[in-house]
Ligand binder design. Sequence first.
Ligand code: SF4
Ligand code: SF4
Length: 374
Amino acid sequence: MADLLFAPCKEYNKEDVKEALRGICDLSWVREGMKVAIKVNLITALSPDRAGTTHPVVIDAMCDLLLEQGASVVIGDSPGGVWTAAYLDYVYRATGLSALEREGVTLNRDFSVKTASHPDAKIAKSFEYTGYLDACDAIINICKLKSHGMMGMSAAVKNMFGAIPGITKPQYHYRFPDPRDFSDMILDIQSYFKPRLNVVDAIVGMEGNGPTQGTPKPLGLLLAGENPYQLDLACCMLMSIDPEKVPTVEAAIRRGLSEKDPHSLSCYQDLLPFSCKDFKIPPTTKPLTFLSEKGVFSKLAGPLLRWLLLSRPVVRKKSCVGCKKCAEVCPAKAIEMKDHLPKIDRAACIRCFCCQELCPKGAMKVRKTLPFLK
Ligand code: SF4
Ligand code: SF4
C-alpha cells in the first residue's frame, strides 16, 4: 500500500487545489465508465468559510480529475438530521455544493437505506447505511480536519460514520456509549466500505468547539493516501495531539491497524514544519476502562470518579436561543427544556455530544468537570 502523500496549498483556488491533488492522489485505478462516489463531510448546513464541511473547491477539483479519467461522479453524505431530499437540498445549497453539478457530476438524491452484514466486524456485525454507496464502483473519502467534542479529532476514519443515515446516527451513539466501542464501530464501518482513496482537506481546518461551531484554522495542506489510519496519525501530529487520546486512533493502534508513533510515517520530517503547536481541541474523553469493570472498587468509586474525570456538555445560557434542537437529537432523552433552556439529566447523559455537535448557536460546550485534569 502506498504511503500517504501531502502537498502544501494555502488557498481554495481551484487550479492550485487541482494541481496539488494531481500530485498526491493515485487515480490510476479509475477506468472509463466507472461511477465513483465522493463521500464528503456535510455535517450540517454550514457555509464553506465556517470550515466545518469539505470545501466545495476541493470536491470540484477532484471531480475534474475523475472526469478526465472518464468516470462519472456522485457526491454524497448524510448530515445530522433527517435523511430526506428537502433537507439535503438545503444542506447542498448552504455548503456550496449545488454549484458543482454538471454533466457527469451529480449530488446524491438516492435516500434508500440498506443493511450491512459484516461478519468480520469487531462490534458492528450488522448496521444500516446510505444505499447510494452501493450504486458506485468505488468510494473516495474526502474529509475535513476538525476538532471534535466526543472524539477529540475528526479526520479520515471518523468521516465514514456519515455512511449511517440521518437520525439513525444518534441511535448508534446510544447503542455504543463507550468511546472505545463507538470507535470500534466506526473502524468496522471503515473496513466495510474500504474507500479506494482518502483525502484530508486541511487547507483550513477547524479548532475549538468542533465539529460544527469551532474556529477556522489555516493549516495550508492537502493530504491523501489509501490508508486512512496513516492519515489520521498524520492529522494527530498536525494538531499536536497524543494519538492515544483520540479514540478512533487508539482503536486502530489496539487493533494493529496503525502505528502509535507519528515518527513511523515516512513523511514525518517533511510534515513536521506544518505541525501546529497551539491547535485548540475540546477536552477529550479519555477512555476510562476501569470504570466499566465489575470490581468492588468500580462499584464504590465509579459514579464519583465518572463525575470528576469525564468531560460533559454544558449550556452557555447567553448564546442559547431555546430552539430545542439539542433535546430533539439527544439519543438518551437526557435533555428537557425548562424556561426555554435545556436542562441536562447528568445520570442519563451518555456523553455522546450530539447536542454540542448539532447546536446551531455553539451554545453547548464540552467541559471537564475538573478543568485541570487532562
Ligand atoms: S440546540 Fe443550542 S441553542 Fe438550541 S436549545 Fe439547545 S443549547 Fe440552546
Ligand atoms: S445530553 Fe448531549 S451528550 Fe448527553 S446524551 Fe444527550 S446529546 Fe449526548
